[in-house]
Design a protein around this ligand. Structure first.
Ligand code: GLU
Ligand code: MG
Length: 624
């Protein structure tokens, strides 16, 4: 989830006193890195994935599944093992926001030096990481699932051990949620509770998210919830599921990928081309159809995390005239990116920046687009500061920069090299809901990596105006967006070809058209990847591994297999105990998670979700 500095966390009242100091120092730290590393060239593609796992406790007698809160117990064991074999260990383990979540990355980044056979090892790496956890869990009732959302998060008894009393929104609570106890937040590292408290305090009120309920035949209409709490009653909307804390968002899980670029310019170019791909992959990775025990009318986690991290004051949200704050800020600090870095032509939404910060960056020779990007990140205050970290070296440390950078949780992240390291300029792709199986997570990762290679090698460009990317991000989260929605996408992706006179640069396309291509129009991202792969001599094994992965993407896009969200919704709605009232009861939740556990372990086939990876229904995609 970002910077994990150790130390004594400061309250919001204390943190507030240092806000300007952190910003000034953070900019100086960025400039120090920039000066030293801006001309660095020749880094090879290295990349890695981050996968977040939920530990689920199965109570088979009562048919209840709960999130297992003491993830730290297993995290410590995993980390101890990792330390023992630092150089050769196949995995790295980190805490995440939920106490029931652990996160893995490969032990070392994948290094791509033209050897495509490593694509055969990615899924194996994901499987072996999960196997490490399974081994520790042997003999327990706990399993390790890659669930974007635990469907009954925030329902009574949803944690193991059960938190009593639940809820407890007392005065000194971090989130003051009616549903999600502070004990569900990771306890061993202070970052997570501090962020929760400080975001709420900076905002000036509790988090309030309202997700439209999925209206089934017996769902009350209007669907109205009343709580024993006046703030909740005022904040909750009819026909919506009300969520009141950061945990409903940051307690969700994702799949992220980071790539190292050749140099700063390549990093900017890749960043830009992947920005319009984010909503497409968000829709294609949808795994989030239920919250707080109800089916909702959306399929992805994205806006819930945005709402859960929304620390903007009423002035910044435009609800009150600006007096103490400087800007009205349209988005939460978790959200889709606001500007491209390599071309200004499609930057069409206002970017708020502090003029002095922008000037300082420009005076030091940072180009306008990067300066604007960094200055825009720095309109956000630090919301997590440790007393030991207030005063830092501005040349050799980067904690203040990272403090602001890593709490701007955007769809893409542009990552400067850390000081005193041999790591280069990187970009991170952050949108995907995590998939149920290692096969799917490998498929999504390989798709994105190969897309970066195709972009660079074929000179592809996907620019559409940023305002259209924002519209696409909204649509991507709607129920069944993969089939039901159309997205603005560029018609002609070759950067060295002009768009024909009179033809629009972009148009509304189905995800099927974006991924698989359309006759006489956009060639399709998968056929473009194959066009790139045709230039390369792939051995048979690697060819068939890649084909399995790209097939999955193609079939999902074409509606031939379901997204996780579609599959989960279907499972819930066809469960014999489902009353057609949108409620995901304990028993339905238990059966759903047992089925997902079996699918994860390969004990249950699920062609509806995964396709049949042996066959190639799509046919010869290279010729499309
Ligand atoms: N769990 C968060 C998500 O689902 C991401 C946290 C992180 O940045 O690692 O997007
Ligand atoms: Mg994470």
């Amino acid at each position: 989830m970002g910077l994990l500095s150790e130390g004594s966390p400061l309250s919001w009242a204390e943190t507030k006193k240092h806000v300007e100091h952190v910003k000034k120092s953070g900019i100086r730290q960025f400039l120090s890195i920039y000066r030293r590393r801006k001309d660095r060239k020749g880094d090879c593609l290295k990349w890695g994935d981050e996968i977040e796992y939920t530990l689920v406790y199965f109570d088979h007698e009562t048919k209840k599944a709960r999130v297992f809160l003491d993830g730290s117990k297993y995290l410590k064991l995993l980390q101890e093992d990792e330390k023992r074999y630092t150089d050769s260990h196949p995995s790295t383990w980190k805490p995440e926001y939920g106490g029931y979540v652990i996160e893995s990355t490969p032990g070392r980044p994948w290094v791509f030096v033209g050897d495509f056979s490593q694509f055969n090892e990615i899924e194996t790496s994901m499987k072996s990481r999960r196997e490490e956890v399974f081994q520790l869990l042997e003999g327990t009732r706990i399993s390790c699932l890659t669930l974007t959302i635990f469907p009954r998060l925030g329902c009574s008894d949803f944690t193991e051990p059960i938190c009593q009393p639940t809820p407890h929104p007392e005065e000194n609570g971090a989130s003051r949620s009616l549903f999600y106890p502070d004990e569900a937040i990771h306890q061993d590292h202070p970052r997570f509770k501090t962020l929760t408290r400080n975001i709420r305090e900076r905002r000036g009120s509790k988090i309030a998210i309202n997700l439209p309920i999925f209206k089934d035949v017996n769902t009350p209409s209007p669907f109205v919830e009343r709580f024993d709490d006046s703030e909740a009653n005022a904040a909750s909307l009819d026909d919506h599921v009300y969520l009141d804390c950061m945990g409903f968002g940051m307690g969700c899980n994702c799949l992220q990928m980071t790539f190292q670029a050749y140099d700063i310019d390549e990093a900017k170019y890749l960043y830009d081309q992947l920005v319009p791909v984010c909503p497409i992959l968000l829709a294609l990775s949808a795994e989030t159809p239920a919250y707080r025990g109800y089916l909702v009318d959306t399929d992805c986690r994205w806006d819930v995390i945005a709402g859960g991290c929304d620390c903007r004051t009423p002035e910044e949200r435009g609800l009150k005239p600006l007096r103490e704050n400087k800007f009205v800020i349209p988005k939460s600090r978790f959200g889709s990116v606001d500007s491209y870095l390599a071309s200004d032509k499609y930057n069409d939404i206002p970017i708020q920046c502090e003029p002095d910060v922008l000037k300082e960056l420009l005076d030091e020779g940072v180009d306008m687009l990067l300066a604007q990007h960094i200055a825009h990140l720095f309109i956000r205050d630090t919301v997590s500061l440790f007393s030991e970290k207030i005063y830092q070296n501005l040349e050799n440390e980067s904690d203040h920069f990272e403090n602001i950078q890593s709490t701007n949780w955007q769809s893409m992240r542009f990552k400067p090299p850390p000081p005193n390291s041999d790591i280069g300029w990187r970009v991170e792709f952050r949108v995907c809901d995590v998939q149920v199986t290692d096969f799917e997570n490998a498929a999504y990762s390989v798709f994105v990596i190969l897309l970066t290679r195709a972009i660079l090698s074929l000179g592809l460009t996907f620019y559409v105006p940023i305002s259209k990317v924002d519209e696409n991000m909204d649509k991507a989260q709607r129920r069944d967006a993969v089939q039901a929605e159309e997205f603005y996408f560029r018609r002609q992706p070759f950067s060295d070809l002009e768009t024909n006179e009179g033809e629009p640069e972009y148009e509304l396309m189905s995800i099927d058209a974006v991924i698989n291509g359309i006759d006489g129009g956009f060639p399709g991202l998968v056929p473009l990847i194959w066009r790139y792969l045709d230039l390369i001599d792939l051995d048979t094994d690697t060819h068939s591994t890649i084909r399995r992965y790209l097939n999955l993407m193609q079939k999902r896009a074409a509606g031939k297999v379901l997204t996780g969200a579609q599959w989960m919704r279907k499972f819930i709605r066809s469960h014999p105990k489902y009353k057609k009232d949108s409620v995901v009861s304990d028993e339905i939740n238990y059966d759903l998670l047992c089925a997902m556990d079996k699918i994860t372990k390969g004990e249950m086939k699920c062609p509806e979700l995964l396709g049949d990876d042996e066959e190639n229904e799509i046919g010869d995609v290279t010729s499309k």
